[in-house]
Design a protein around this ligand. Structure first.
Ligand code: ZN
Length: 520
């Protein structure tokens, strides 16, 4: 008997959602999809239109807004699965706090609440983000589930994404999974990158594990197919990291360099090392991304495969002809110096909070070499303190164990086997304690916790120990002041990789956008 599978999908007009929709249509299971398209979006991408036209009998699409509960109810009507790919991402999120809150938090809350209220067994697939791990620098460039959830200063995108994921984890949904999406290699990259100061928000020595748009689409297709075949034992009600694996692990510099090589010349021809931020973004190599691939077997394209695909699409000759090195550099790139997201704009307009957050202050900025021959690139085997490092060896996951963050408990043990004392030690590692007097060996049952500032909050042990969450008042502060957590071991182990000892208790003023938003 043919199964009747209906999937409700958000974000279908986006870089990832569009590929998810296409992959679902290619499934042999004859899947039907219900899509909500954001009513305020001016242009519908060609890929979505094409997919809709080709499979119009199997796709139902309507315009709406997931920040309205009734629209979420309509979306999930009759569906057995919900895949939530909707997100307002940088650079748009950097300019629109209200939209970011609505899309990234409220939309998720409405979907989860609508599923709970329906009383039906609907599986919820949440797409979270690597940005929730915040900035990572050498030596802690490997990340995994259980690492602290901490946004970068000024990053509303990840702030609302982590509030949303925590809501999912704590909601009591019967069947869900949260997949933390890494940086996605997608076909709109050129256009998006050449339009905003976000272009300069890549840290040259930052670790990035990419995944391609097509592989991300296939991942969701495989999820539905395998689940409907009963093959996903041990998969649900957990958090995973999405990543393309070893062949997709590079640095920020390598990413730019490979992209610009399509024009015939690498990144050194177009950029100066002091044009980009030196910290306070996000990106990591996932120590545990193979776990998700073991379940869903979605990896087909490497980092190099993607750029070959782009080369075929855009063509070296075509792009090189339109934009020879000097022209790209002086017109397309320098033009972005005027964008409010660009470091050059912050320097020119005295945005001291941003300069402090993204560089460590004007003095630290002035020390960045402006010539590549003086700049230590990790991918060329140089550390920022002048020492040499074996970069190929650093990239191997089997050598990464000693570089992993401490979670404050023996994480080789299943949470069901922890004692209350061990849970309390983990809380102490986060600067607080567990107030509950009993742990019934159920990591899904909420316990009461207290942070060192005296805030009390209820969270499940799974959310704290595997989710990486802690006190909502202290770890989601406004104004931004993550330095106030730096003397807590769980957070300090990351913070001091890119901050000096003097930068503890720093407070960053809200941006103009945010002040307006919080007044509402
Ligand atoms: Zn607190």
């Amino acid at each position: 008997m043919e199964k009747n599978i209906i999937v409700a999908l958000t974000g279908a007009s986006g870089a990832m959602g569009g590929e998810v929709l296409l992959a679902l249509m290619r499934s042999e299971l004859n899947i039907k999809v219900r899509c909500i398209l954001f009513e305020k979006e001016k242009k519908t991408p060609a890929l979505f239109k094409k997919t809709l036209k080709k499979y119009k009998d199997r796709i139902y699409a309507f315009k709406g807004d997931i920040s309205r509960r009734e629209d979420c109810e309509e979306l999930i009507s009759g569906a057995g699965y919900v895949i939530n790919c909707a997100s307002l991402i940088p650079p748009k999120s950097d300019h629109d706090p209200d939209g970011t809150y609505r899309s990234n938090f409220l939309g998720t809350k409405n979907l989860v609440d609508a599923i709970l209220a329906s009383g039906r067994d609907i599986a919820y697939v949440h797409i979270a983000t690597v940005a929730m791990y915040g900035h990572r620098a050498y030596p802690h460039i490997w990340g995994r589930v259980g690492d602290p959830m901490i946004s970068s200063d000024y990053d509303l995108y990840s702030l609302y994404k982590l509030k949303a994921e925590k809501y999912v984890l704590e909601s009591g949904l019967k069947k869900f999974v949260s997949l933390r999406q890494t940086a996605v290699l997608h076909k709109y990259m050129f256009a998006n990158n050449l339009s905003d100061g976000l272009m300069f928000h890549t840290v040259w020595n930052g670790a990035l594990e990419w995944v391609t748009d097509v592989d991300s689409g296939n991942m969701c297709k495989n999820l539905i197919e395998r689940d409907s075949d009963g093959k996903l034992n041990g998969f649900w009600n957990r958090v995973f990291n999405i990543g393309g694996g070893e062949s997709c692990r590079v640095t920020g510099f390598e990413s730019f360099d490979r992209c610009f090589t399509l024009t015939g010349k690498g990144a050194k021809k177009y950029f100066k090392p002091n044009w980009n931020i030196s910290r306070n973004f996000h990106g990591v190599w996932f120590y545990d991304s193979d776990e998700l691939n073991d379940f869903l077997d979605f990896r087909n394209e490497s980092f190099e495969d993607f750029w070959k695909r782009m080369g075929k699409k855009y063509g070296y000759f075509k792009l090189g002809a339109i934009a020879p090195a000097g022209v790209v550099s002086s017109l397309a790139i320098k033009r972005l110096f005027k964008n409010t997201n660009a470091p050059m704009y912050w320097l020119k307009h005295g945005k001291d909070g941003r300069i402090k957050a993204f560089f460590g202050g004007k003095e630290a900025y002035d020390k960045i070499p402006d010539k590549w021959e003086n700049y230590p690139l990790l991918c060329e085997g140089k550390l920022e303190n002048g020492e040499n490092i074996d970069y190929p060896k650093l990239k191997k996951a089997e050598n990464a164990k000693s570089l992993l963050l401490n979670h404050g408990y023996d994480d080789s043990k299943p949470l069901e086997e922890l004692t209350l004392e061990e849970i309390n030690n983990a809380a102490a590692f986060r600067g607080g304690n567990c107030i509950s007097k009993n742990y019934g060996k159920n990591p899904r049952e909420k316990l009461l916790w207290k942070c060192r500032e005296g805030h009390e909050f209820a969270l499940t042990p799974y959310t704290v120990l595997k989710g990486g969450y802690w006190c909502p008042h202290c770890t989601e502060p406004r104004p931004w002041k993550y330095g106030s957590l730096a003397d807590i071991p769980f957070y300090g182990q990351v913070y001091f990789d890119s901050h000096s000892e003097k930068e503890i208790y720093d407070v960053f003023p809200l941006s103009e956008h945010e002040e307006e938003f919080l007044k509402q």
